[in-house]
Design a protein around this ligand. Sequence first.
Ligand code: ZN
Length: 310
Amino acid sequence: MSDWTPEIDRLQALDNTEWLKVETNYCGRLMAYVSRRVTDQQAREDILQETFLGSVRGIENFDRIFTFEQYLFGICRNRTIDYLRRRRSVGVGELADSSGSMPGMEHLAREEATPSGIVHVHDLAYQGNKLLINVLRDWVQETWQQGEFVRLMVIEALFLAGWRNRDTWARFELRDETAVAGIKFRALKRLRELAQRRDSSGEVIPALADVAGEETSHIDLDVSQAWELGRVSCPARTWLARKVSGNMLPGPQSFIDFHMEEIKCPKCCANYDDLLRVEESILEGVLERMQQSTVEYLRSQSIRDIKRSE
Ligand SMILES: [Zn+2]
């Protein structure tokens, strides 16, 4: 199970073949995402189609701090919410994901970029956030490589999910609350070092302020937002494939189970469903229809470009 990713340059050049490969590779996981939230099969297809067309329209402004998959999921989530709102079949509080209102998620779906959204890309806070995302990724990667999966889970629980020290201590059977505070303290210290390495101006450092002394204090909002927005702890799809085949060491297994079952990461759950192909019939004919409409759209775009240049 390879984790294919498209070449953004080719997508931006509206390359037919690359876009069709996008649909072949991502149709299943996006359908799995939508299927968890929308019951009507026609509506699911419509959402998927709007997602792919939206991704073509927005690709020019794609922000490479995100993965292409995140970009697609961002658009797909917005389209799903639009649909559910139109239907008014659910309350606003229970929209789409378990992950709450993802602040900043709109950046991923740049097709809806308003002028103010575009300005935002250039502002300092946004640049700082990008840096923070990379620093958090460095830390996750390092911790994963060290095989420190309990530490990774504890920090994900605190930073991403906003768990309290008390609950975190109980869940991971740590010695006491102080142990949680200690893990947090050391993680923040390491994050500051990593931040220093990436950016000596120290712009990100204030977001990584030492809050370990205050047992109840929450982590800085920027950090939790960057964790969420950057999906910094999501394992690669190959790891989810290993979970499906039951071929994993206990460490990564415990983290991935935690990430999916307790954090309920919508992107990883969708990928997992797709790999399991819980409902094989869902995809029948869908891909062909998606690809047809995309090809038509791309053709109409190139005709427009030709007309423009005339
Ligand atoms: Zn995930």
